[in-house]
Design a protein around this ligand. Structure first.
Ligand SMILES: O=P(O)(O)OC[C@H]1O[C@](O)(CO)[C@@H](O)[C@@H]1O
Ligand SMILES: [Mn+2]
Length: 443
């Protein structure tokens, strides 16, 4: 009998413990995401292109008119493939990571003995594949080859948060310019929390709705400690404050642009100013990713946009200092392809040994956000009391910490009974970004 709908392929149950998160489980957030949220994301890109067509043709030339039609056709086909649970197909455009992606697809197909399907396989792989296919629709064109369909939303996420950004920026400037002795530990903990809660601003969870930070984040921070379900901030402080002889290099693996990126750079500035790091390496995405993730353009755009804020002189002052950090090499911005492959981080040593080895000398790896967390723990539905060190499955290139607001249904490191207690208060505690975890692995 013909399937009434794709969901007939899915199992009407919650994800079993220790199983991969997957849209094959109808009661999972993965199913809701693949069934309802990702089609909306594709539709929003199509709508954006349709609405901006004339402006795009103005900017990219008459040749782009036909390409816009081509991209919309490609995206409509992609949406249909997903909604009718078609096999995942190889990438066509010859980009730096295309062979890695196609190797992943072929190797997985061989292991499974069947092609990958949207409603059967690991959510992480499916969701990353969707964004990589959105990228492909532009990579197959000439005029719009480097166009970022999410840029306008990422930029609005900054301009919409300018009030909160000014508050935090002037606070940071006062701190670093004051001669008064500051409580180093308290300041670092405060800026770690600002960076953590900055992760609430993520367009993929909000479905693109405006998520600008309007409250005063400094007031907000002090009231949120009880929402941090795993709080290893003291361990992070000890790792940062350790007087180990090694180089004081810290890596920040970025998540979202806008307010979150600003809060990450404030933390990075403080760590350098306090002598806890003498080099900070930032890692961003090579292609438009999960709507709000940072690309190199977003990074430099934000710092330049701060320089333009004549009504917030603290921001233009910070912008000058941040440009100096970049030109002196204290800060470096890196874009490795690995971050936009489908792999969870236990595969890094094998897939990108150069990247893995580059972390060996790092004092601390700071992973921001939910997708990085899912890649750290492998998108497995671990029991919530499973140890973070076990869930990492051998990914330990250096001391690391995850600053993550919870937006997907996987969390480890909780105490017995803790998940049940939170769920009584908020049934959707796993997917709203209201709660957070700060989990640290020190070597
Ligand atoms: O920007 P973040 O914090 O990585 O959030 C991305 C997360 O948002 C979601 O789209 C929300 O479900 C997840 O699929 C993904 O892990
Ligand atoms: Mn993100």
């Amino acid at each position: 009998m013909a399937k009434a709908s794709v969901s007939d392929d899915c199992i009407d149950m919650v994800t079993p413990w220790n199983e991969y998160l997957s849209a094959k489980y109808k009661r999972s957030f993965a199913y809701h995401t693949v069934r309802n949220r990702l089609p909306v994301t594709v539709t929003q890109v199509i709508d954006h292109l349709s609405r901006s067509k004339e402006a795009l043709v103005q900017t990219y030339g008459e040749g782009s008119r036909e390409e816009i039609k081509q991209i919309i056709g490609y995206l409509s086909k992609l949406k249909n493939e997903m909604q009718t649970n078609k096999p995942l197909i190889s990438l066509e455009a010859n980009e730096v990571d295309a062979s890695d992606w196609n190797n992943f697809l072929n190797t997985t197909e061989e292991r499974l003995g069947r092609p990958l399907l949207w409603f059967a396989d690991v959510w992480l792989h499916i969701e990353c594949y969707l964004y990589r296919r959105i990228r492909e629709s532009f990579a197959l064109t000439k005029h719009l080859n480097q166009y970022d369909p999410f840029r306008h939303q990422k930029e609005e996420a900054f301009t919409g948060s300018l009030q909160a950004i000014s508050v935090v920026g002037s606070y940071l400037l006062k701190l670093i310019e004051s001669d008064a002795k500051i409580d180093t530990e308290q300041c670092v903990l405060q800026f770690l929390k600002l960076s953590l809660w900055g992760n609430r601003c993520d367009l993929s969870i909000s479905g693109g709705k405006d998520i600008s930070q309007v409250e005063n984040p400094l007031d907000m921070i002090s009231t949120l400690d009880e929402l941090i379900l795993v709080n290893d901030l003291q361990k992070v402080w000890s790792a940062l404050n350790s007087t180990s002889s090694g180089p004081k290099i810290i890596d920040i693996i970025f998540d979202n642009s806008g307010y979150e990126l600003f809060s990450d750079l404030c933390l990075a500035h403080l760590l350098v100013k306090l002598g806890l790091a003498n080099k900070i390496r930032f890692h961003g995405k090579r292609v438009p990713w999960f709507i709000s993730d940072v690309m190199e353009h977003d990074f430099h755009w934000l710092i330049q946009e701060m320089a333009n804020q004549t009504r917030a002189p603290c921001l233009s002052k910070l912008s000058t200092m941040w440009k100096d950090f970049l030109s002196s090499g204290t800060w470096t911005y890196l874009t490795e392809s690995f971050w936009t492959l489908p792999y969870s981080y236990d595969a890094m040593k094998q897939i990108d040994p150069e990247l893995y080895n580059s972390f060996e000398g790092s004092k601390l790896l700071i992973f921001k956000g939910d997708l990085n967390y899912r890649k750290l723990v492998g998108d497995v539905f671990w029991p919530h009391t499973e140890k973070f060190s076990v869930a990492l499955r051998g990914f330990e290139p250096a001391p690391l910490v995850t600053l993550r607001t919870i937006k997907a249904d996987v969390v480890v490191g909780l105490q017995p009974g803790q998940a049940e207690k939170v769920a009584q208060k908020d049934t959707d505690w796993l997917v709203t970004g209201k709660y957070a975890v700060v989990s640290c692995l020190v070597k």
